[in-house]
Design a protein around this ligand. Sequence first.
Ligand code: TRP
Length: 453
Amino acid sequence: MSSNPTNRESFGSKFGIIAATAGSAVGLGNIWRYPYITGENGGAAFIFIYLAIVLVIGIPVMLSEFTIGRRSQLNVFGAFKKLAPGKPWYLIGVMGVAAAFMILAFYTVVAGWTLEYLYQSAINGFKGKSAAELTSMFNSFTGSSFRPLLWYFIFMGFTAAIVMAGVKGGIEKSTKIMMPLLFALLIVLIVRSLFLPGAEKGLSFLFKPDFSKITTSTFLLALGQAFFSLSIGMGTLITYGSYIPKKDNLATTAVSVVITDTLVAVLAGMAIFPAVFAFGIEPASGEGLAFITIPNIFQQMTGGMFFSVAFFILLALAALTSTISVLEVIVAFFVEELKLKRSFATWIATLSVSVLGVFCVLSTSSLAGFKIAGLTIFGLMEFTTANILLPLGGLLIVIFIAWFYGRQNTLNELTNDGTIKARYIPVFMFVIKFIAPLAIAFIFLKGIGIIKI
Ligand code: TRP
């Protein structure tokens, strides 16, 4: 079998690998979802459970995905076809490509909102508005059709342009600039936030462990958040793993990405909550936090316009380094399996995702009343991917490595064919054979209501 097609691209440097991969992981999930969930679910107690899940499930799934990708040097579908010829494991790849369509469609909607809010920040559009006015501003924006559609397509255009430019010249090159910028913006915002009078109340909201808030549903929340935030369970990291050069250490890469992702989530909380409390605002939920509460803080703060622009650039960059990784899953599949040219594949992928994307955009306006199983199309995409496809994908991926691909093959890949050590292998194999699948299966079945305790 021809393994390494000579014209196949790969990442060029260690920093590039981390920038691209951590860029995929760090996204809207870290900056507005994680801080709020943490704050409402016991602060440090939630962080503790989240970290345990990341360690026991997140790192092993990530490492399994890297192994599959780098061993096969192929897209998510081709990878399973090659490593398990004639077996139905490639269905994981089919599921991955489907999940990529769904995630990209709803995620780009929110990413588009960040551009509207960046624009509003730049024209000082929040100035003098009360909380009620900011709420109605958000509702009337998301309740309209034209502007959200326009921003959706602009954001999709940026995503497509980067992916079209290739793995090295597009994805790696852009994330090497965007990720350091993201960190710099985050630090600026944290410093501003921590120096506000009353900031310590926000820190204690975030970090004070409150174990009374922990229930079984907290575990599901933490699992879903971990999968979504680490970009695992659907083959994004199989695809990116296939671009990691053979000489790199997959385990240290996985650990660096996990640490970066978790750090950004915690830092985002430290930028947001001290400011929320300093201005005596009730911490609101989800999108409300980023698009209502935060504008409210900025418009009261000295230099607010500057910091508001910084915040929405941060959010847009975080989203963009994630959307490119999702689009790349589909494009790599089209290029390698359907033998399309990269530019054509990107066009086809972008346009076909956008058919679903338009329905997601309109889910807060003209299609708000159209519900399937009680959810709008946007909600359905979010629910199905985060709570069903990702955990299921993650479960099947670890089972594939542990029980089908086997210890020796895995060891070969993780040691770069015997050139580096992988002393963690016994622990890793034990975890992916028993602990991770049981934990995912339990939390998953509980989450969809099959196990009731
Ligand atoms: N991890 C990103 C975030 O936290 C989103 C994302 C990118 C993603 N690629 C993914 C989620 C693949 C699930 C699967 O915002």
